[in-house]
Design a protein around this ligand. Structure first.
Ligand code: SF4
Length: 112
């Protein structure tokens, strides 16, 4: 096993994933680090707080062009992980992390 990070487009994908042409973007969510600040839900209708757990969850993990901007905003506003954010928006075609992209190079910033 190498120590290399998985490719963003592969991580978290499942057999039910819609075609890339339909939903070119994917959300990876580190939900175990969410503390319910709710900035994501303010930024995007794709995010809601579960009333029982107080933790956010996305309505959909796969999104299209029209939903991209608001999800990027949610990713950038999320204050978890010392402001680095726990919502990751992945471009499935280019295989890069669009947001929050703290490394500035498109690599996945999920903490394993
Ligand atoms: S902004 Fe981040 S920490 Fe706050 S509810 Fe959304 S995902 Fe959780």
């Amino acid at each position: 096993m190498s120590e290399e990070r998985p490719d963003p487009s592969e991580f978290g994908s499942d057999d039910d994933a819609p075609p890339v042409d339909e939903k070119p973007y994917k959300i990876i969510f580190e939900g175990n680090k969410c503390f319910g600040a709710g900035k994501c839900a303010e930024a995007s209708s794709n995010w809601e707080l579960d009333l029982d757990t107080g933790i956010a969850q996305p309505r959909s993990y796969y999104i299209d062009e029209s939903e991209l901007d608001e999800n990027v905003e949610a990713a950038e506003k999320c204050p978890a992980k010392k402001d680095r954010g726990i919502i990751h928006v992945i471009d499935r075609r280019k295989d890069v992390e669009i947001a929050p992209d703290p490394h500035g190079d498109g690599t996945l910033s999920v903490d394993w």
